[in-house]
Write a protein that binds this ligand. Structure first.
Ligand SMILES: [Mn+2]
Length: 502
């Protein structure tokens, strides 16, 4: 199921609905959606239901400053089309209104059946990012109206803990490209915390729990605005003897979590993802991250939605993570390969870009990919390899000529987000894929590998600051010509790229 915004313009009687207790992201999306439809001569109503009206001071400001024409309703005349933004039709926090047709535009985990007209991208940090992408597909620039750009920017900002939990490249694109208005953002930013909320933070900290053995702390807060969780976890991490920490809050719609880490062996984004696994999502940066365990998904799995059961689940996961993850440092001693088998690369076509064909000056550029921004020297010696999953890594021309063989097949990019080259000096962007050609990795001597059954973090010899994460099912690989050189290959990439030598 997927949609383009232009699929929606055949309807004339349209209502846009935000979830109950709309947050900045929902407001921004509804507002931008209404703006788009207006361009197409459709006057859509923007509404939300539920018991309470918008009260939070930053949201009241947002509605005023940006002129968002939103109504709180208890009833609705059945429209021809109802568009749910930042939420899904039928969810517990979305007041049910009847409509002839339903559309869903959301970035949360899918919780039930979706209508045909739906676009859900759960890997995005905000729904504002999705609206931004959908508008781009229609050749509409959000910066045509500074209020729209400001709203979407603020929606992303608040949904990702001030951009801390951003991981998807599309989120970064919105953050970097939105021509927001500084005055409005500053004004909304500084009316974020109420006096009551400051007290909630204080109460929560009094009941902090600690693990001395695994040096972590856990705090539960009463239901409150999610950004307070971030404030508390920042503080908790400052405590001596706390290397990682988790702050969570059991809310109506789910359990919000905020995670921090100040040690090399735990990436906060990875821990958040682990804690939310199966029930929603988590992500962010190395030091700061956050996530959500959705109520619907927890209940579907037979977990009672009360504070006690949630506490038990959360604490168990935090303990298991710290207790059962193995940390390994490559390059110290030869790996025992008695359980490994010998594999060689399959002849699968992948992509490459000869940097000299792009026509950019010889200096460093940034390439934005699904895995993150990487910095690449684009000189005549540089070849950029695009792997089976669309992953990017630069190599030297000499190595390319030795290990790869160009082929004539046209190149088709397999990934979800097409990598772009960004000039950090002026922000100019260039597509990478149009320059890509096909090649095949030449066999080589192969690797020893075995499938792993637990979580392993390997600090490799070439990047001693960041570990490679292996989860059950992935492969641990050892170079045949250097048994100390051990690393991780993700299962899906391994199975498509390697075959056993029998
Ligand atoms: Mn959202």
């Amino acid at each position: 199921m997927s949609l383009r915004l232009s699929d929606l313009i055949k309807y004339k009687d349209v209502v846009i609905q935000c979830h109950d207790n709309p947050d900045a992201d929902a407001l921004a999306c509804g507002y931008a959606m209404q703006w788009y439809l207006k361009k197409k001569d459709i006057e859509a109503k923007l509404i939300y239901g539920g018991r309470s009206r918008i009260q939070k001071s930053n949201l009241v400001k947002m509605v005023e400053l940006l002129d968002i024409g939103i109504e709180h309703v208890t009833e609705l005349d059945k429209p021809e089309l109802l568009i749910c933004v930042d939420c899904q039709y039928g969810e517990s926090n979305v007041t049910l209104f009847e409509a002839d047709n339903i559309a869903v535009i959301d970035h949360h985990q899918v919780s039930g059946e979706l209508p045909v007209l739906s676009e859900v991208r759960s890997s995005y940090g905000s729904c504002s990012t999705l609206i931004y992408e959908l508008l781009k597909e229609e050749d509409i620039d959000i910066n045509d109206d500074p209020k729209i750009a400001t709203a979407l920017y603020y929606g992303l900002m608040t949904d990702t803990g001030n951009f801390v939990e951003i991981s998807h490249p599309s989120d970064k694109d919105l953050r970097d490209n939105a021509g927001f208005s500084n005055f409005e953002i500053t004004s909304m930013r500084n009316s974020n915390l109420s006096k009551e909320e400051l007290q909630i933070a204080g109460d929560a900290l009094k009941k902090a729990e600690f693990s001395d053995k695994y040096t972590y702390g856990i705090v539960e807060t009463r239901p409150c605005d999610p950004n307070i969780l971030g404030i508390i976890s920042d503080m908790l991490l400052e405590v001596d003897g706390v290397d990682t920490c988790l702050v969570y809050s059991v809310q109506d719609f789910g359990v919000k979590i905020s995670v921090r880490s100040c040690i090399k062996t735990v990436r906060a984004s990875e821990l958040a993802d682990y804690l939310a696994q199966g029930y929603g999502g988590g992500g962010g940066h190395i030091v700061k991250a956050g996530g959500l365990l959705k109520r619907d998904l927890l209940e579907k799995d037979g977990i009672k939605y009360d504070r006690e059961s949630i506490a038990a689940l959360i604490k168990q996961r935090m303990l298991t993570y710290h207790r059962d993850s193995e940390v390994k440092y490559a390059g110290i001693k030869p790996e025992d390969i008695s359980q490994h088998k010998l594999y060689v690369k399959k002849e699968v076509p992948i992509g490459y870009v000869d940097a000299s064909t792009i026509g950019l000056p010889d200096r460093k550029f940034s390439i934005r990919t699904l895995e993150g921004d990487i910095s690449v020297m684009l000189d005549d010696e540089a070849i950029i390899i695009i792997g089976v999953d669309g992953e990017i890594y630069p190599i030297k021309r000499e190595k390319f000529e030795k290990s790869y063989r160009p082929v004539d097949d046209p190149y088709v990019y397999p990934g979800e987000y097409k990598p772009v080259i960004i000039d950090s000096l002026n922000g100019d962007r260039y597509e990478l894929i149009p320059y890509a050609k096909s090649c095949i990795a030449a066999g080589g001597t192969g690797i020893y590998a075995k499938q792993i059954d637990h979580r392993i973090k390997i600090f490799t010899t070439w990047d001693p600051d960041n570990y490679f994460l292996g989860v059950p099912g992935d492969y641990m690989a050892v170079r045949t010509d250097d048994l100390k050189d051990v690393y991780i290959i993700a299962r899906n990439i391994f199975e498509r790229t390697y075959e056993e030598v029998k």
